[in-house]
Design a protein around this ligand. Structure first.
Ligand code: MTE
Length: 330
């Protein structure tokens, strides 16, 4: 049996979707960091502002992005059980801490400079490469894949990403035998990020994430350069971000400027900050609760024009056990 919850306004509030304990503990963590003098000039958190969604609104303008087409819809990666999340909801409920600590950072994320863009790929590889914006959109065959997306905060969506398999980068740069891991580094410039009203200046920027090289070679591992048939909006991590649907969302680094193949496991952002709460592997697993909340169920943000969410059971590897189960021992 399913049930829907209809709040009065369409706008998701962080405490409605994040579990209460996660919401308040994150704020406690920020206070603690401040108390330790970690950040010099944090301003009060603003909470979610009401959204403007009508024609001509600022949100509408962020969708005036070129279509990436024609794009092949890869039939192997469709979603049988759950409908697509509404674009407005997906594009106004984001985590991008470089631009602030609330979910409604889509406006401040518009400050991200994405053109020109350079992505360097190097480290332990035979053919280091540098890609510009054109290369990213034209070197690899782009395809659409519909993937489930599960945040560690126990909410989820279904999203139509446009991009190419990560494996294509492996083939292009040919990692050497020493390469066992990969690190993704996000854009960071302290004059641009963090955005207005929020200062995380002394946290371990830039945002970095990583994988074992076998995980990167898995067919599901994907670089997105678009969503809903168009270029990625900045708040989703334009112009290129990682999408790893069997892992918690924080593994998917946004706005990537560097990919390095490494011999050793890299330090990663949330794992460095709170190692007992956010692991390096971070596979979706309903049997493995977060230290402060269960991961057995999730609030699925679905197809409504206004906010609808539906409680769903969380599946091992987010439902992708067939594709990735062989990579792990439980
Ligand atoms: N990448 C960067 N650079 N900075 C971030 O704060 N947040 C992560 C991930 N990638 C984050 C990031 C988290 S916690 C999540 S849940 C997803 O991005 C959210 O992606 P979305 O906003 O496109 O839904």
């Amino acid at each position: 049996m399913s049930f829907f919850i209809h709040p009065p306004a369409w706008q998701l509030r962080e405490h409605q979707v994040t579990t209460e304990s996660a919401y308040f503990t994150r704020r406690r963590m920020l206070k603690t960091l401040l108390g330790l003098g970690v950040s010099a000039s944090i301003l009060p958190l603003t909470g979610c502002k009401s959204a403007q969604t009508g024609p001509g609104s600022e949100l509408e303008q962020t969708f005036q992005l070129p279509a990436l087409g024609p794009i092949r819809k890869n039939p192997e990666f469709r979603e049988g059980d759950r409908p697509l999340t509404t674009q407005n909801l997906a594009s106004q409920y984001n985590n991008f801490y470089e631009f602030g600590g609330t979910k409604s950072i889509w406006k401040s994320a518009q400050a991200l400079p994405t053109d020109p863009w350079t992505l360097e790929v190097g480290g332990r590889v035979k053919n280091p490469r540098t890609y510009d914006l054109d290369d990213l959109r034209n070197t690899f065959d782009l395809e659409e894949r519909i993937y489930r997306f599960r945040c560690v905060e126990a909410w989820s969506m279904v999203l139509p990403w446009v991009g190419f398999p990560m494996r294509k980068i492996i083939e292009a740069v040919e990692p050497t035998a020493e390469a066992k891991f990969v690190r993704f580094t996000s854009f960071y410039d302290e004059t641009i990020t963090p955005g207005p009203g929020f200062h995380f200046g002394s946290l371990p920027w830039p945002y970095e994430e990583g994988l074992r090289i076998e995980e990167m070679a898995n067919d599901l591992a994907f670089f997105a350069v678009g969503i809903y048939g168009k270029e990625l909006p900045k708040q989703h991590g334009a112009p290129i971000r990682a999408v790893l649907p069997w892992k918690y969302g924080f593994k998917g680094a946004k706005s990537i400027v560097k990919i390095e193949f490494l011999a050793e496991q890299p330090a990663t952002y949330w794992n460095s900050l709170m190692p007992n709460e956010y692991g390096f592997e971070a596979n979706v697993n309903p049997e493995k609760p977060h230290p402060r909340w269960s991961q057995a169920t999730e609030r699925f943000i679905g197809p409504g024009a206004t906010l609808d969410w539906e409680m769903k059971e969380t599946l091992l590897y987010n439902g992708y056990a067939e594709q990735v189960g062989g990579l792990y021992q439980l």
